[in-house]
Design a protein around this ligand. Structure first.
Ligand code: TYD
Length: 133
């Protein structure tokens, strides 16, 4: 998602408003930093959580998997956010040494919302598709 940018000779400013730039109310903000360049994070999916992920400094690669196919995105621009809907598996890797990754989330932290096992995630995707009308 393209985020607004207000720049002048003092530098740049980007802001995000719930329900205007992103389709959910922000209940939580967290950020990843000091991540070793050979570290991988994520490796989970969420049942209900929506998120916007922004590399506010440096860059990171995100691999998104909806249970059928994978797509890889490089985030390296603080004016661009990647929106993640529920039921997608995400892997974060190739953090640059200076990366700061900001995450805006629709719910407070709740471990019960996580899929940490990829096979269970795949089974839940198949199950939710069976329930579609
Ligand atoms: P984890 O979800 O494994 O991080 P990542 O997805 O970046 O690899 O979370 C790491 C630890 O931090 C884990 O013990 C849960 C805890 N945590 C919180 O307490 N609150 C939070 O908002 C988040 C995102 C994680």
């Amino acid at each position: 998602m393209e985020l607004p940018k207000i720049g002048d000779r003092r530098g740049d400013l980007t802001y995000v408003e719930s329900r205007r730039h992103i389709p959910f109310d922000i209940a939580r903000v967290y950020y990843l930093y000091g991540v070793p360049t050979d570290a991988e994070r994520g490796a989970h999916g969420h049942r209900e959580l929506e998120q916007l992920i922004i590399a506010v400094a440096g860059s990171v690669e995100l691999v998104i998997d909806d249970g059928h196919s994978q797509k890889s995105y490089t985030l390296d621009d603080p004016t661009k956010g990647l929106y993640l809907c529920p039921m997608v598996w995400r892997d974060l890797r190739c953090f640059s040494s200076n990366a700061v990754v900001l995450v805006l989330a629709s719910h407070p932290y709740d471990e019960r919302d996580y899929f940490r096992d990829y096979l269970k995630f795949k089974r839940a995707v198949a199950e939710s598709e069976r329930q579609l009308p």
